[in-house]
Design a protein around this ligand. Sequence first.
Ligand code: F6R
Length: 241
Amino acid sequence: MRIIRTKNYEEMSHAAANLISAQVLLKPNSVLGLATGSSPVGAYKQLIEWYEQGVLDFSQVRTVNLDEYVGLNKEHDQSYAYFMRDNLFDHVNIDPAKTNIPDGMNADGAAECARYDQVIADLGGVDLQLLGLGVNGHIGFNEPDDHFSCGTQQIELTESTRDANKRFFSSIDEVPTHARTMGVRDILQAKRVVMVASGKNKAEAVKAAFFGPITPHMPASILQYHPDFTLVADEDALSLL
Ligand code: F6R
């Protein structure tokens, strides 16, 4: 495990964008595993800037997103499909046909999860997986549990996650109760994993996940086992170490 310590969110975003950019430069048809939420937005902005400057070309890049809420269609402004278009895809030359996100509207949850695992398998796995960190230690929407999950699964969001995400909705009642997420095994199988963590509210989780025991009650802790895991975190997120 490597830790890149940065002063603040901007530096964290720049460092993470550098790692993603290097991946795309070295392998133009990379499979990028992408995350939503506040943490990666700055990195996406930086990638867009480099694309506009002609430094980066996304034309061959393929993507698989970590997760999607159940019950939100692609046009809903809080769906992760919308988020990705808004924060990255609509601003670079990525081919929409090469982007993948679990379908939150497929009424058959099990079939959708199986389909998504097949999508990942058909792509040959993920070259670089970008992650954020939940305040409860979740990765993707793999919430604390008694065991680590395997493939894509439909999960019930914990109250703490719904509470953390209610800032994006007009009230907590509108936050979906379920999501579909790549499993922990899927994440661990990525060749390289990069996590971005910023802010004091992530400090407890950073300390427990990367300086505590490996346990499914702190899902991110399993990344201690990953052979190529880089945590890019700012001083606030590292403040309890
Ligand atoms: C998002 C995801 C989540 C977030 C995590 C942190 O696709 O899978 O695990 O990365 O909840 O969210 P933020 O970055 O908003 O603090």
